[in-house]
Design a protein around this ligand. Structure first.
Ligand code: SF4
Length: 271
């Protein structure tokens, strides 16, 4: 069960946990004050556009119109990057189609929203009782008991280990919602390279014994970090923070990152 403190900031998501652990001020801007982002990061815009094309492709819709419309909304530089990224969409779709033909795929989930309630049972994404939630870019269920969840990443490729917690939280969501699933594969679709990278297969028991307690511990740690109100924690991530133009500490950190070695994943910045 989550503490009262953790429930106070619910519903949590993987990116919300990371924001809380990274910078309390960012967390408060985004999730407590719901301050509209004063800055738009080009990579986030491109990422959103690529996601919408992938979503349409996987749902079997025509993507030409979406590509054209999305491209019109981007700057010339971003448009080039977007069009380059969408080059790989066709081959990704073909690989998924081949996988579906080869395996007995019963469910194809695209942009699928799921939630977990405070007693850790499955609920919908937007309910009041939801304490944790997430969106599967792609989910596949086959042979009744097997599942794969894939997250699209359109930014710069980084180590899979740095997004371990995000992927683990997807496994928890999957096991909560699909009681027949016994084994799960967690994957990242690196859009720029057109590659799929997988973790090793994990069992239901492993998710329950390891991933779920880690998820709860992360939520509690993030809740503790933000509970005293907004406090800046400047670092290299500030350079990609959409609130840097209003953050009091940004002028001290913009050009001199505190932690250059950070490769931590964060959807907040990475789209
Ligand atoms: S600019 Fe840096 S310190 Fe300020 S809110 Fe963003 S991440 Fe936090």
């Amino acid at each position: 069960m989550l503490s009262t403190r953790a429930k106070r900031f619910a519903p949590w998501s993987a990116s919300k946990i990371q924001a809380g652990l990274r910078c309390s001020r960012l967390f408060h801007y985004r999730y407590v004050d719901r301050l509209e982002a004063p800055e738009i990061m080009a990579e986030m815009e491109v990422g959103k556009a690529v996601h919408s094309v992938l979503e349409a492709a996987l749902k079997g819709d025509s993507i030409d119109y979406i590509i054209r419309k999305r491209a019109e909304m981007l700057t010339p530089v971003d448009k080039k990057r977007f069009l380059r990224l969408t080059n790989e969409v066709g081959s990704f779709k073909a690989r998924i189609a081949a996988f579906r033909r080869k395996n007995n795929v019963q469910k194809l989930l695209v942009e699928h929203r799921l939630g977990i309630s405070s007693n850790f049972s499955g609920t919908t994404f937007g309910k009041k009782e939801t304490v944790f939630r997430g969106i599967f870019d792609l989910g596949l269920v086959w042979d009744e008991t097997n599942m794969a969840v894939v997250d699209h990443k359109s930014g710069v490729r980084f180590a899979m280990s740095s997004i371990g917690e995000q992927l683990e939280s997807y496994a928890v969501l999957a096991m909560t919602h699909f009681p027949k699933i016994q084994k799960i594969w967690l994957g990242v679709h690196w859009v720029a390279q057109g590659e799929l990278e997988w973790t090793t297969q994990v069992t239901r028991q492993h998710v329950n014994n390891n991933f779920l307690p880690r998820l709860v511990a992360s939520i509690e740690a993030a809740a503790l970090a933000v509970s005293d109100g907004p406090r800046e924690n400047p670092g290299s991530w500030c350079q990609r923070c959409v609130y840097r133009s209003v953050c009091p500490s940004v002028k001290d950190t913009m050009f001199e990152p505190v932690d250059d070695g950070d490769e931590f994943w964060d959807d907040t910045f990475n789209g």
